[in-house]
Design a protein around this ligand. Structure first.
Ligand SMILES: Nc1nc2c(ncn2[C@@H]2O[C@H](COP(=O)(O)OP(=O)(O)OP(=O)(O)O)[C@@H](O)[C@H]2O)c(=O)[nH]1
Length: 438
């Protein structure tokens, strides 16, 4: 996620890292490089200038120039400012009301229907009685799409395919939900290619008719500044409560995630990183800042693990990662589980340092096959102590797996890099487990 921004920021930090003494010239040139990296990531110029001015001032106030570890302190300041820029903390949705009504709006193709299904699935898993409402009266396929999703996750879908009055459908749906004792109603509305009067008026009228407790605006993060401008236009009319950023698994440059809060002054509440129902996360500004700075996001990784497999397995994973005992046996055992955790590249990107390692690798759930065959071709001892794998063992492993020795070397190198980053991350977080695995 945001690999090019990550690379440019790391490049900017290089001038400070490893230097015993730095000058205000070094700081100024690093801040300039960071501003350029943010603008290349399609961050709004004003926002990029504001955040880098704050970083510069903080660096002076906190005397980075005479710090023992100026590079680390500077990166910490950047992480804090990026976290603040994105809202500081995760924000919940307001689900008051019986039923609570959540209105989903956004442009065509932004991912509204998919998000509506994911959100319903997320709430159902919390034991809530959910109803989905197909209020897109222009695209019959949208009604069918929502019905298919409802079927897939076991959630009722309210639709009136013959009715062309979206406001009337929404009103009837809420009445139906009340009579069925549903606790939450999610209304999926029609999208348009661009902000247009008809769509805005329709969504405004639906809002007036059903008084939603939460209005979420869904925006495709890959559209960068356009996403920000569209969000602003919608917010001026709808005064929505939060933003859902979709398609973060694509090659989004990160501009929308970083700018939208500052420009629209509404929180990003969810982020979507794939097409599958489990590819949905609550948006945590601090974790997103860590991801952007290449530190991974182990907390979300463990939360995904806890969703994908049972508590006991997740506890074992926690312990092994915290005590740096995570070996290739564990890795092989987790590969299947990791696939269940959602979009693979996104999950791997949560592992500290792995983002850089896999940036040019085309990762899909099938990419595990070579890795699995190589690890399966090792002996249990080799998996638990990869250091014993010398040249002849590598040759045997490669032959047994039908892969090249280079692939065996790459896997061992990446696994070592991952363990180093885990160790560094453990050491960096005060209190270790408390910070990493809350
Ligand atoms: N890669 C990826 N694809 C996504 C994500 N969210 C949605 N999609 C895909 O984007 C396309 C559009 O998603 P929809 O949910 O139909 O979008 P919509 O806003 O409801 O579109 P309309 O109903 O036409 O207004 C579909 O192919 C989805 O599978 C995501 O986070 N990542």
């Amino acid at each position: 996620m945001f690999q090019s921004l990550q690379d440019k920021l790391n490049g900017a930090f290089k001038t400070l890292k490893g230097k015993g003494k730095i000058t205000d010239i070094n700081i100024a040139s690093t801040v300039k490089e960071i501003r350029r990296a943010l603008m290349d990531a399609d961050v709004n110029y004003k926002v990029a200038k504001e955040v880098t001015d704050k970083v510069k001032q903080e660096a002076i106030d906190r005397k980075v120039m005479i710090a023992v570890e100026p590079g680390q302190l500077f990166v910490k300041i950047v992480q804090e400012e990026l976290t603040a820029l994105m809202g500081g903390k995760a924000e919940t949705v307001n689900l008051k009301g019986s039923p609570a009504v959540v209105l989903i709006a956004g442009l065509q193709g932004s991912g509204k229907t998919t998000f509506s299904g994911k959100f319903a699935n997320y709430l159902k898993k919390q034991g809530k009685q959910v109803m989905l409402v197909a209020a897109d009266v222009y695209r019959p396929a949208a009604i069918t799409q929502l019905q298919v999703l409802g079927e897939q996750i076991g959630v009722d879908v309210y639709a009136e395919p013959e009715n062309k009055d979206a406001v009337n459908i929404a009103r009837n749906a809420v009445a139906e939900a009340k009579s069925k004792g549903k606790s939450i109603v999610i209304v999926d509305t029609a999208g348009r290619l661009a902000v247009d009067e008809v769509m805005m008026t329709e969504v405004e009228n639906i809002k007036k008719a059903i008084s939603p407790s939460e209005i979420l605006f869904v925006v495709d993060s890959m559209t960068g500044q356009d996403a920000v401008n569209t969000a602003k236009a919608f917010n001026d009319r709808l005064d929505f409560d939060g933003v859902v950023l979709t398609k973060l698994d694509g090659d989004s440059r990160g501009g929308a995630a970083l700018s939208i809060r500052a420009v629209v002054d509404k929180p990003v509440k969810f982020m979507s990183t794939g097409e599958k129902m489990e590819d949905l996360d609550i948006f945590h500004p601090d974790r997103m800042a860590s991801r952007i700075l290449g530190m991974g996001d182990v907390i979300s990784l463990v939360e995904r693990a806890q969703q994908a497999f049972d508590e006991d397995e997740a506890r074992k994973l926690n312990k092994k990662m915290r005590e740096n005992n995570f070996d290739l046996n564990d890795f092989l055992g987790q590969l299947e589980q990791i696939k269940k955790m959602g979009n693979l590249k996104d999950v791997m990107g949560m592992i500290p340092g792995m983002g850089a390692a896999i940036k040019d690798v085309d990762i899909s759930n099938d990419s595990f096959k070579p890795i699995e065959s190589i690890i399966k071709s090792m002996t249990p001892k080799e998996r638990s102590q990869p250091d014993i794998i010398d040249g002849s063992r590598r040759k045997r492993i490669a032959t047994g797996a039908g892969r090249s020795i280079q692939e065996v070397n790459n896997l061992l190198k990446q696994f070592e890099q991952m363990k180093k980053m885990m160790k560094k991350f453990n050491a960096m977080t005060p209190g270790g487990k408390a910070r990493m695995f809350r």
